[in-house]
Design a protein around this ligand. Structure first.
Ligand code: COA
Length: 191
């Protein structure tokens, strides 16, 4: 697919660019990112360039769509969010991290909403899913606020830093997304 941008009043999300490597290296050091994602730990200097190149290749091959999240007010690179389709089932899995200076201001939720719009309206997916570890409830909250529903606990679902870990699993269906969009339209009309 042609590389494209997503945008709302607070954020711009665009495919990663070579110039993002400095910001990625600066932000990815937060221990909470290593604790809750699969980013390499420690993160060697060349990993950012490799990640950016993989992101570009994935866009070209339609394997995954990885976006850099730019906070409009500061024009700063805040983090990354990607969506990985499983085409035979018309579903996709989402993953994300934000740098510590950007936490607690609703940015991840705002970015996930934009990504869901991309998933359902552009990719025409039927289902979008995501998971988090039980020691990361903030991420579960992001998923819930964006409209995903908790489906259950996948026991010892992943090997994370040499430990099997349970994953709380969430999803939103195309029909949930349509119902949510209709409710939002109704609320806007009533304002
Ligand atoms: C998880 C993460 C993406 C959240 O980003 P964020 O921009 O701070 O998220 P938001 O501000 O949109 O929402 C966070 C919500 O979690 C809540 N929260 C924060 N800490 C919490 C906790 N310990 N328990 C429960 N809820 C918590 C916040 O209050 C907020 O909910 P609210 O709006 O109802 O008050 C960010 O902290 C991060 O990148 N962490 C490290 C990497 C990571 O965990 N990635 C996700 C892997 S699944």
């Amino acid at each position: 697919m042609k590389r494209l941008k997503l945008e709302n009043d607070r954020l711009m999300m665009r495919p990663l660019e070579a110039r993002d490597s400095g910001a990625i290296l600066e932000l990815v050091v937060a221990p909470e990112i290593a604790a809750n994602t699969f980013v390499p730990q420690p993160y060697p200097p060349e990993a950012a360039d490799e990640f950016i190149q993989r992101g570009r290749d994935s866009w070209r091959d339609d394997d995954a769509y990885v976006f850099g999240i730019i906070e409009k007010a500061s024009q700063r690179f805040a983090g990354c969010m990607g969506i990985h389709p499983v085409s035979e089932h018309n579903r996709a899995e989402v993953g994300y991290w934000l740098g510590a200076p950007f936490w607690g201001r609703g940015l991840a939720t705002s970015a996930l909403r934009l990504l869901l719009q991309f998933g359902f309206e552009t990719l025409k997916l039927n289902r979008v899913e995501a998971g988090h570890f039980d020691h990361n409830p903030a991420s579960g909250r992001v998923m819930e606020k964006a409209g995903l529903r908790l489906e259950g606990l996948r026991r010892q679902y992943v090997m994370h830093r040499e430990q099997y870990k349970d994953v709380l699993w969430y999803a939103i269906l195309r029909e949930d997304y349509a119902a949510q969009a209709a409710t939002e339209r109704k609320e806007t009309a009533e304002d």
